[in-house]
Design a protein around this ligand. Structure first.
Ligand code: HEM
Length: 535
């Protein structure tokens, strides 16, 4: 066929045929490319294919099923670390959804390079964002690059030693409130209580005052519906039933929130209630700060206030780079979420460890009693200088790090420990993988030994061996605050109460956990019996 007749035939084809042909070619290429990435690239091309790592993955979704089936958010990563405790590059390679490349960082040097030296060559994985952003908001946790540096500088002031000092009274007040609730529970429920939900309420209450300057009133009796609804909605977001958990996981892969399921309806209602209530508080604060500004109030006066007032004054009313009320809400959601269930988790595991280790609990109480004899209302400095309390809190946070994952995705080709991680590689850091690594913490790494902190040696003495709050430019901004509130609440608890397990034989090693989950949380709560202290 000559060129002229070919052109003539081509012109006779209608537009639909041409479009269908183009689309067909495009789809065929797409399918071929996807097939290449899923079935060929990971095994024959990926520069990571020779790294040590598990091979027992699903043919389509990599090791995702291994994680779900493991029944524990730290698994199978801990098992992999035990199988390959020291690899030449401190990296274990595994496969993610669609057999995409992922590495688990195990060595301290690899952690340091990822979280510190090359921090901004990575960002939060899109999958992770889709998984938790509904609960955690798009605030500081999800800002990247230069914007993250700017926000971090701005918000760090709220966590200055001076501001922390101002929070001591708040922590003490809420600790007393917790005590009062426990007293009531002893009288009315014979001391039987689920500490997960109780601590979660207290921590949300603290975060309400810190972040919003508002008493969220979570500790009111359940019949006060107006006050409990925020807490209940929060509970629904963080603790959906198993169907809700499945939908949350699926939604991270493709949008399913529009499907007409009861779990989706409950989720949306909870999300909207939380956001509506927050928006009302934000708008009210915008008006108040506007009035203060109009009256010429000194801007230093906003600095010692709660996070919301600070953000409204500094960013809503800024001359440039202003934050909208919607963005301020994302920040508030971020702080409420980041500072509430994590710290509640620390207290939950602290309580369980006191139950499992009565001798350690006794030593803690002896030290606290001694302090309270000297100073019935101890100063912050006195609290922070208690050596055993410090060891106890760090050991709880080492053994049961409440946050499970620090996840990243390479935004460019990055060399880590001499290995090129191609752009898009998922990088996983799990505090437990470092903190339960026998080559770092010794053969007793799975045991609760607060005294170990007095004689750290070798790699365990390296600051990077304690990964609970991560490190580097994105280290948890609330780390010092958490340590202080955790200690103040522990002082209150050990000085007034004894705890006993309610489920015979329940131990850290056999308590069933919510899985998958970004937090280490017991499934169905943790029921214990609280009693007034005997001696
Ligand atoms: C036991 C308690 C806590 C634990 C275990 C914890 C853990 C962590 C970890 C591991 C990160 C790093 C996440 C990442 O980069 O992927 C982080 C970041 C963060 N945490 Fe915490 N946290 C706790 C308490 C708090 C508190 C009380 C607050 C707020 C008052 C808070 C606010 C934040 C924020 C805003 C970030 C993001 C920081 C950034 O990206 O610059 N956290 N936290």
């Amino acid at each position: 066929m000559d060129a002229a007749s070919f052109l003539e035939r081509l012109l006779r084809l209608d537009v639909q045929h041409v479009l269908a042909a183009v689309l067909g070619v495009y789809l065929a290429q797409l399918v071929a490319y996807k097939a290449y990435r899923v079935f060929f690239y990971p095994y024959f091309v990926s520069p990571l294919r020779r790294l040590p790592g598990p091979k027992n993955h699903h043919f389509l979704i990599g090791h995702v099923l291994n994680q779900i089936r493991s029944g524990h958010p730290n698994e199978p990563y801990l098992s992999w670390m035990r199988q390959w405790p020291k690899t030449p590059h401190g990296l274990i390679r595994y496969l993610d959804v669609g057999n995409s490349d992922a590495v688990l960082a195990t060595s301290l040097a690899a952690h340091k390079e990822i979280l510190h030296d090359k921090c901004y060559s990575f960002q939060k994985p899109a999958f992770f964002k889709r998984l938790i952003a509904d609960m955690v908001g798009f605030g500081l946790v999800f800002t990247e690059g230069e914007e993250h540096k700017r926000q971090r500088r701005l918000l760090a002031g709220l966590f200055s030693p001076g501001n922390l000092r101002a929070l001591v009274e708040l922590f003490r007040d809420k600790a007393r409130h917790l005590s009062n609730l426990l007293e009531q529970i002893i009288d009315t429920e014979d001391g039987a209580v689920d500490v997960v939900s109780l601590y979660s309420k207290i921590m949300l209450d603290i975060m309400g005052v810190f972040a919003l300057g508002v008493e969220l009133g979570n500790l009111q009796p359940a019949n006060n519906t107006a006050d409990t609804s925020f807490d209940e909605c929060y509970h629904e977001l963080f603790d959906p039933d198993s169907w809700g958990q499945i939908l949350m996981g699926l939604n991270a892969v493709f949008p399913v929130r529009w499907l007409p399921f009861e779990a989706n309806r409950r989720f949306k209602q909870a999300r909207d209630t939380v956001r509506d209530q927050l928006m009302a508080i934000i708008q009210d604060r915008i008006r108040t700060v506007g009035e203060w500004k109009a009256a010429g109030m000194d801007s230093n006066a906003y600095r010692g206030k709660d996070l919301l007032t600070f953000m409204v004054a500094e960013k809503y009313y800024a001359d440039s780079d202003r934050w909208t009320e919607g963005y301020i809400m994302e920040q508030i959601l971020t702080f409420l979420a980041a500072g509430h269930e994590t710290t509640a988790g620390a207290l939950t595991w602290g309580t369980q460890l006191m139950i499992e280790h009565p001798d350690e609990a006794k030593r803690l109480r002896a030290e606290v009693d001694e302090l309270l004899r000297r100073e019935p209302v101890p100063a912050q400095r006195s609290i922070e200088s208690l050596p055993y309390l410090h060891n106890f809190t760090r050991e709880v946070l080492r053994l049961q790090a409440p946050g499970v994952n620090v996840a990243r995705e390479a935004i460019e080709d990055v060399v880590v420990q001499g290995v090129v991680l191609p752009k898009g590689t998922t990088v996983l850091i799990q505090p437990a993988v470092v903190q339960r690594n026998p080559t770092i913490w010794g053969p007793d790494c799975d045991e609760f030994r607060p005294d170990r902190w007095d004689r750290l040696e070798g790699e365990a003495a390296d600051p990077w061996a304690f990964a609970t709050f991560a490190l580097g430019p994105r280290v948890c901004i609330g780390k010092a605050m958490t340590m202080l509130e955790f200690k103040i609440i522990l002082i209150e608890l050990v000085s007034r109460f004894d705890f006993e397990g309610l489920v015979a034989g329940a131990k850290l090693s056999n308590i069933k956990l919510i899985n998958p989950s970004p937090l280490l949380r017991p499934e169905g709560g943790l029921r214990v019996r609280v009693k007034r202290r005997r001696a």
